[in-house]
Design a protein around this ligand. Structure first.
Ligand code: M6R
Length: 610
């Protein structure tokens, strides 16, 4: 959730730290801070509430410089967003700490440390790490040993970086449940919670494993595993091609990412379809053999990724001849469930670091699933490293907190999974070829759908004074309605709910009046007539509808209904195409409402805490 950057160099690191924080701001943005060790051996610290820009302004007014430093952008868990709760935290002006995650036993540790004479300056759980390291330094012979002794006492999740003014030119980092990456420069080294933060200074990275503690100096990086044994972690050259720091011509990352969808989809399809079939290798080297045995699929994900999984259930059961369950990760991980024979566990995640999804994967691995597959956008992320197979989405970095291009690329990946599994479960060569043909048309169809931009911008005006909205869909469009509702509530703060439209009469119809806009997704499919009946139920009760429909569906605008014709497309890819107008609608409504589109209140891009 929060973002961490650290650097040990011969040059001044303050700009590197602040630039890194700006690149991580999508992870959390209620406050930010830096601590830098200067040449005289003093720790200079600046912290500000609000965006990283506030911190940047403060540092322009009162610069802090030095060759070793740590920085943090925060998404509050323990303690309100305030300067005193912002990281880095200090102990006795000697130890500085930044931390992502949650220390579950912080209350008991706080009591113990108070008993030892430590005075707490914040309400955070992080501050216990700081004082604990300081305390351990009294008996340890190095900062490394003190951090190793400290982490043994922590319960919960942490990615943490520690600096000690008495041991200059070094950082000690520890990872358990919260990702950390080491960046290798020439005569300088860096750490961060996401490689994106470090792309301006290096492209060579090693990802720490669970339980690792590392000592990072200008010349050397030494990594130890949970048992304190020295270990090597592979250094890889980053192939992240997209420079996320640039919004280009767009006002917001979200809009840029919406318009990147044709290219993102093209990238994800390239080289993965051939001769009218899906190439199983798209899912990993050993996928052909494993996918051939699948008889049941269990999908686990959160938020938007969960909606992608919900859509896939319709596809897998209808076209691939296997049964499929889909569950929210935070529910799955705390209930007893049954594993069917030949079950494939599929996690879906843009970030690959979502704490609930990762915990669910770890649990599932002990439950006897045949194999695990992750559909993920971030190479080297925890889900990718811990799954048997991985489909790399190639959507490019997604910075806007509201997920857009990741969702449509996830859907394309799941459509491919449907083909790859279906090939072994009775899907005919003709159906497979038709599926592949639909997928190949995706980038151009998406481009056409984006042409609705102006029409939707005009439509958004109607929502400016609305407080609630209802989204309706049927079949594989029901999860698309759910995704539309999530987008609207997430960035415009309008309360929005989605219903499978057949459910209307079982309750939600009571909500219908002129102040409740009803958004309907209506492709021309076998459920169209049923959907039309539901539309009439709304009309009869004075509801005002916005219908995104195929031209052949023959809806006409009138006093109670505005119809927006969506480009005609194959039924299979319709969920992807109908997502686009809903993304645009939420974007324009948020613009009109003046909310922070890319960094909506209370949210963070990557949810690495439970
Ligand atoms: O990185 P993940 O795909 O695992 O993230 C899951 C959700 O947190 C995420 O999709 C969230 O719902 C988005 N902000 C929605 O736009």
């Amino acid at each position: 959730m929060c973002g961490i950057v650290g650097a040990v160099a011969q040059r001044d690191v303050s700009e590197i730290l602040v630039e890194g924080l700006k690149r991580l701001e999508y992870r959390g943005y209620d406050s930010a801070g830096v601590a830098i060790l200067d040449d005289e051996g003093n720790i200079g610290r600046a912290r500000r509430v609000g965006k990283v820009q506030e911190l940047d302004n403060a540092l322009i007014e009162q610069p802090i410089s030095g060759g070793t430093g740590i920085a943090h952008t925060r998404w509050a868990t323990h303690g309100e967003p305030s300067e005193r709760n912002a990281h880095p935290h200090l102990s006795c002006d000697e130890i500085a700490v930044v931390h992502n995650g949650i220390i579950e036993n912080h209350v008991e540790l706080r009591e113990r440390l108070r008993g030892l004479g430590y005075v707490f300056a914040s309400d955070t759980d992080t501050e216990v790490i700081c004082h604990l390291v300081h305390h351990e330094m009294k008996s340890a012979d190095s900062l490394l040993a003190a951090v190793q002794a400290t982490v043994k006492q922590l319960h919960g999740a942490y990615g943490t970086v520690v600096m000690d003014k008495r041991q200059p030119q070094r950082l000690v980092v520890a990872r358990s449940g919260s990702p950390l990456v080491i960046g290798y420069g020439v005569g300088e080294h860096f750490v961060a919670s996401d490689q994106l933060a470090l792309l301006p200074v290096t492209r060579r990275f090693a990802f720490l494993e669970e339980g690792d503690v590392a000592e990072v100096t200008r010349r050397e990086v030494t990594i130890f595993d949970t048992d304190g044994n020295p270990v090597e972690r592979e250094i890889t050259e980053s192939n992240v091609t997209h420079d996320a720091g640039d919004k280009g011509q767009y006002r917001h990352y979200m809009m840029k990412e919406i318009f990147e969808q044709p290219a993102a989809l093209q990238r994800t399809l390239d080289g993965r379809l051939a001769n009218g079939a899906v190439l199983p290798e798209a899912f990993g080297d050993n996928a052909a053999e494993l996918l051939a045995q699948v008889k049941h699929v269990q999908i686990i994900a959160c938020g938007t990724s969960y909606h992608a999984g919900m859509t896939a259930r319709y596809w897998l059961e209808q076209h691939a001849g296997v049964s499929c369950n889909v569950e929210i990760a935070s529910e799955f991980r705390y209930r007893r469930s049954h594993v069917f024979p030949n079950s494939l566990l599929v996690t879906i995640s843009q970030s690959g670091e979502t704490a609930d999804t990762l915990a669910a994967l770890r649990l599932a691995k002990e439950m006897g699933y045949m194999a695990s597959l992750t559909i993920c956008n971030v190479p080297g992320s925890s889900l990718v490293r811990e799954s048997d197979m991985a489909y790399m989405m190639k959507a490019g970095a997604e910075i806007g907190v509201a997920s857009t291009k990741a969702f449509t690329v996830q859907l394309a990946a799941l459509a491919m999974l449907t083909g790859a599994i279906g090939a072994h479960n009775g899907m005919t060569a003709e159906t497979q070829a038709a599926l592949v043909q639909s997928l190949q048309m995706l980038p151009s169809k998406v481009e056409q759908a984006l042409g609705l931009d102006d029409a939707i911008a005009a439509l958004a005006e109607d929502f400016a004074d609305k407080h609630h909205a209802l989204f309706l869909g049927r079949g594989d469009q029901y999860p698309i309605a759910m995704e539309g509702a999530l987008k609207l509530k997430e960035i415009s703060y309008i309360h929005a709910e989605a219903y499978a439209s057949g459910e209307l009469k079982h309750g939600p119809l009571a909500l219908i009046d002129a102040d409740m806009p009803v958004i309907v997704v209506a492709p021309n499919n076998e459920l169209l007539e049923k959907l039309k009946s539901n539309v009439e139920e709304v009309r009869a009760r004075g509801g005002l509808m916005y219908v995104f429909a195929d031209v052949d569906a023959k809806f006409e605008s009138d006093d109670t209904m505005k119809v927006i014709n969506v480009p005609h497309c194959d039924e299979f890819i319709a969920p992807i195409i109908y997502t686009l107008p809903l993304q645009l609608l939420s974007y324009y409504v948020a613009l009109i409402k003046g909310t922070d589109v890319d960094q909506p209140r209370n949210l963070a891009k990557s949810v690495t805490v439970e």
